[in-house]
Ligand binder design. Structure first.
Ligand code: HBI
Ligand code: FE
Length: 279
């Protein structure tokens, strides 16, 4: 998606940098605390049980932006994952290689107070608050690794843009069914004050039962709330869809099928909610 990106002089080949926790200002930590308090309050009853359980992983000994070393110790004990710092977006192959080795790359910077609700590049709040709680779930942790391995293979097929849609509509913007209700697990939703209401409560978006092929045909918006969300029955189903699918023939099949617009509903969809698309 984001390639090619030039590696700046002096940066390690895996694009990691020291987090240097001591460099954050009091204002940086205050912005984290503000975002954290606002979202942690809003998410019980909205976020999936897995995400809420993982949130405790982030409650570290110091307030403010988590220290990645301490966070990694906790995460390593739970699921064998680590969090490593990067300056911002990294090339796809580098990103996938980290995931395949159970390392999650997190942006080292935090947004400013005047950017609480909109940001173009993933910062430490999106990456850590949004993604890390799910990485404490054993099944989701395996899914993320399988995604990284699949990502590396997709590069050989020139199919990254199709596989990126799977990441987008699950890891970033996924919904899960729990207790006959819908819950959020996508990091882009849990880290967004507005979208964590919109994704569940608004009449505008479609909510569609997850189907791997359907998702991989669906274009997405990066500049607004989603037009459609995909609902998985549970995380085991998501993991199995990824590990039990032979992606090479699937990519060939997808090449012959037209892409679908972000707001489309098509024959065969399991429609949970038909959106008004009024937004
Ligand atoms: N880099 N830092 C960072 N974070 C991402 O989420 C990310 C990336 N590079 C590439 C990438 N994502 C994409 O390949 C995925 O969205 C599929
Ligand atoms: Fe993300």
């Amino acid at each position: 998606m984001y390639s090619p990106i030039e590696r700046p002089d002096g940066l390690a080949p895996d694009w990691t940098i020291p987090q240097d926790w001591a460099h954050y200002s009091a204002e940086d930590h205050a912005v984290w605390d503000l975002l954290f308090a606002r979202q942690a309050r809003q998410l019980p009853g909205r976020a999936s049980k897995a995400w809420l359980a993982g949130l405790d992983t982030l409650r570290l000994s110091r307030p403010g932006i988590p220290d990645f070393a301490e966070l990694s110790d906790r995460l390593m004990a739970a699921t064998g994952w680590q969090v490593v710092a990067v300056p911002g977006l990294v090339p796809d192959d580098v990103f996938f290689d980290h995931l395949a080795n159970r390392r999650f790359v997190a942006g080292n910077f935090i947004r400013r107070r005047d950017q609480l609700d909109y940001l173009q590049e993933p910062d430490v709040f999106h990456d850590v608050f949004g993604h890390v709680p799910m990485l404490a779930d054993p099944v989701f942790a395996d899914y993320m690794q399988a995604y990284g391995q699949g990502g590396l293979r997709s590069l050989q097929f020139g199919a990254l843009h199709k596989l990126a849609r799977l990441y987008w509509y699950t890891v970033e913007f996924g919904l899960v069914r729990e207790d006959d209700d819908l819950r959020i697990y996508g990091s882009g939703i849990v880290s967004s004050h507005g979208e964590s209401i919109f994704a569940l409560d608004d009449a505008s978006p479609n909510r569609i039962g997850f189907d791997l092929k359907r998702v991989m045909r669906t274009e997405y918006r990066i500049d607004d709330y989603q037009r459609s969300y995909f609902v998985i029955p549970d995380f085991e189903t998501l993991l199995r869809a990824t590990t039990e699918t032979d992606f090479a023939p699937l990519y060939r099949e997808l090449e012959a099928l037209p892409d679908l617009a972000p707001d489309a509903l098509v024959a065969g969809d399991e429609v949970v909610t038909r959106g008004t698309q009024a937004r």
